[in-house]
Design a protein around this ligand. Sequence first.
Ligand SMILES: Nc1ncnc2c1ncn2[C@@H]1O[C@H](COP(=O)(O)OP(=O)(O)OP(=O)(O)O)[C@@H](O)[C@H]1O
Ligand SMILES: [Mg+2]
Length: 249
Amino acid sequence: MPIERVKTGIPGLDEVLHGGIPRRNVVLLSGGPGTGKSIFGQQYLYNGLKAGENGVLVALEEHPVQIRINMSQFGWHIREYEEQHRFAIVDAFTGGIGEAAKRERYVVRDPTDIPLLIDIVRTAVKENDAQRVVIDSVSTLYITKPSIARGVVLQLKRVLSGLGCTSILISQVSVTERGFGGPGVEHAADGIIRLDLDEAEGRLWRSMIVWKMRGTSHSMQRHPFDITDKGIIVYHDKTLRISRGVVEG
Ligand SMILES: Nc1ncnc2c1ncn2[C@@H]1O[C@H](COP(=O)(O)OP(=O)(O)OP(=O)(O)O)[C@@H](O)[C@H]1O
Ligand SMILES: [Mg+2]
């Protein structure tokens, strides 16, 4: 029986994934600063809404108000979906402080309280009947306590996969780091997609690579991609090669 897949709807990416992300997978989306992780996550959720799949975005890095503004700049208007209870932002950023925060439906007052955070995420997923979840970023949950990283990711995986969600956990790595967020989380995740920025020939080049994806074959190439005013476009028929500072292909 063919496995059920979730189409990301990001142009070119489903081809790279040989059809999409296997349903219920928990995918680590890792990359350095400015590589496009947040945009990727937001585009995945918005495409889900368009395709009839509800979503939850857990915001640990940016103010929910800022996220709505950023998304609308790509034409991803989420207000009506929020009103229809088909989409929700879990505010784990403001700590409930400020006027704007008082209008949020889901607020995690203390994001270092992992059981509380997971409880609110579970409630948001259930109340909005969400099938797609993005956590931006999981690194924030264990940045001061690396020893809990694996446990946190495994707990999230158990809950999210158990609820039937196909999830993206955004993982921040430093510019020079070759890994994806540490051995614990890398092995716990069902999939790893890495976004990169490389400097060559006097400019930066964007590329992505699927490092692993349980349940499916996938492209093994490093694909160039662009961020446009409509979001991410992956060039699934191109390979980016940079050798000794020169771009080939
Ligand atoms: N409208 C746009 N058109 C083209 N590129 C854009 C546009 N808006 C943002 N970008 C690019 O996207 C980058 C930001 O992407 P994003 O916020 O997804 O990064 P990130 O990987 O989440 O970074 P961080 O780890 O710092 O949160 C900007 O640095 C810019 O290069
Ligand atoms: Mg980001």
